[in-house]
Design a binder for this molecule. Structure first.
Ligand code: PMP
Ligand code: GLN
Length: 392
């Protein structure tokens, strides 16, 4: 038999699915895969439910329901001062993952270099490779996940077609500084590169910080596409509704990739997300406030147990060192130990690297009910106490 495509052949199932399966098999509390354990706002869900009954349930327009594209355009102006034409500069997709795929398939040609920042979200590398692109990886390094100027500059060349940046960043919980974004923008202009901005955590930013899209930097409006996800903004990860905002000249080929991928996204979900996006500031402030309290609750508990908890400015993830806790030498081993013996699932951060990954960090997801966070901390405490007693 002829070989199937090597990008997808023989590779591992995503770490999120793997850890969720292990969590289920071991009856563990799942702090691995990132999803809230309480569904998002009921009024948004009611609109989706009613629209399912009322219909129409037929193909919506290929670019997305006009009311959702309008809502996305308005949100760009409201939050970032970006003036976006809803007719030609917004595309609705079936999740941010499809949006990333559409952008990469349509902007990257075989042989083009694409600058990626590690640790990276796990679909970036295979998608770039499947498009025939050549990934050029740059790293941010713990504990502050600072982006080194020289390493960044060295990654760009005349062959660079695009940079793909995830800001706020999973799993580091980093918000890129204006200085870092400014340098990325300078390099994009210098080398005439596109920027594909995965900004799914745009509204999960804490402690009074504000997300600033790379698209708002000088000269970036015409070369940047930015991706959002209703899954994150409304705690409805199963809905898989995403949106891309970008200049018409780029959105046009991206929409062509979309038309051969999913073509459209369920209309009832689009209608409900359009309503959700227009929610007033109290919704957005409440979401960030709730999550930052959960972050503090979990960080305090993990620190008390001896984990080395790194700073968390955004997202719903805490990255921790675990040395000295007897969980094993690598992050994969530590996660296996925790899910099987402590009853708590986490994710090894090495899964977010192409190769030569650091192996000293694991990621816990904290968008869980307080009782669940407390129970997870108790389970970890019981396990670590018993392990210490055994080794004494
Ligand atoms: N990008 C990042 C950085 C993510 O963490 C996720 C997680 N879901 C996605 C994209 C995918 O979003 P969606 O579920 O909307 O496809
Ligand atoms: N983005 C989620 C995470 O980082 C996972 C999404 C998925 O499982 N595809 O945990």
């Amino acid at each position: 038999m002829k070989p199937t495509n090597p990008v997808f052949t023989g590779i591992q199932t995503t770490v999120f699915e793997t850890m969720s399966r292990l969590a289920m098999a071991n009856n563990a509390i799942n702090l691995g895969q990132g999803f809230p354990d309480v569904d998002g706002p009921e009024d948004i869900r009611e609109i989706a439910a009613q629209a399912l009954i009322d219909g129409p349930n037929q193909y919506p327009p290929m670019l997305g329901l006009p009311e959702l594209r309008q809502a996305v355009a308005e949100a760009n102006e409201r939050f970032y001062g970006l003036k976006i034409d809803p007719q030609s500069e917004v595309l609705v997709t079936s999740g941010a993952t499809e949006a990333l795929s559409d952008c990469i398939m349509s902007l990257v040609s075989p042989g083009d270099e694409v600058v990626l920042i590690e640790p990276l979200y796990d679909c970036y590398l295979p998608l770039v490779e499947r498009a025939g692109g050549v990934p050029v990886r740059v790293r941010v390094t713990p504990p502050h996940w600072h982006l080194d100027d020289d390493a960044l500059a060295a990654a760009f060349s005349n062959k660079t077609k695009a940079v793909l940046i995830n800001n706020p960043m999973n799993p580091t919980a980093k918000v890129f500084s204006d200085a870092e974004l400014g340098r990325i923008a300078d390099l994009c202009r210098q080398y005439d590169a596109y920027a594909i901005c995965d900004e799914v955590y745009e509204h999960l930013v804490f402690d009074g910080r504000k997300h600033r899209p790379l698209m708002t930097f000088d000269g970036m409006r015409e070369r940047t596409v930015r991706i959002g996800s209703a899954g994150k903004t409304f705690s409805l990860t199963g809905w898989k509704v995403g949106y891309i905002t970008g200049p018409a000249a780029l959105l046009d080929p991206i929409a062509k990739a979309h038309q051969w991928t999913t073509f459209t996204t369920p209309p009832n979900l689009q209608k409900a997300v359009a309503y959700g996006i227009a929610k007033d500031d109290s919704y957005y402030d409440g979401l960030a406030g709730d999550l930052s309290r959960k972050r503090d609750r979990m960080a305090k508990g993990l620190e008390a147990l001896g984990f080395d908890v790194l700073p968390c400015a955004a997202t719903y993830f805490l990255t921790c060192g675990f040395s000295g806790l007897g969980l094993g030498v690598s992050d994969v081993e530590a996660c296996e130990t925790l899910v099987k013996h402590a009853g708590v699932a986490a994710v090894p951060v090495s899964a977010f690297y192409g190769s030569d990954a650091p192996t000293g960090f694991i990621r816990f997801c904290f968008c869980k009910q307080d009782t669940v966070i407390d129970e997870a901390l108790e389970r970890l405490d019981r396990f670590l106490t018993a392990a210490r007693a055994e080794s004494a």
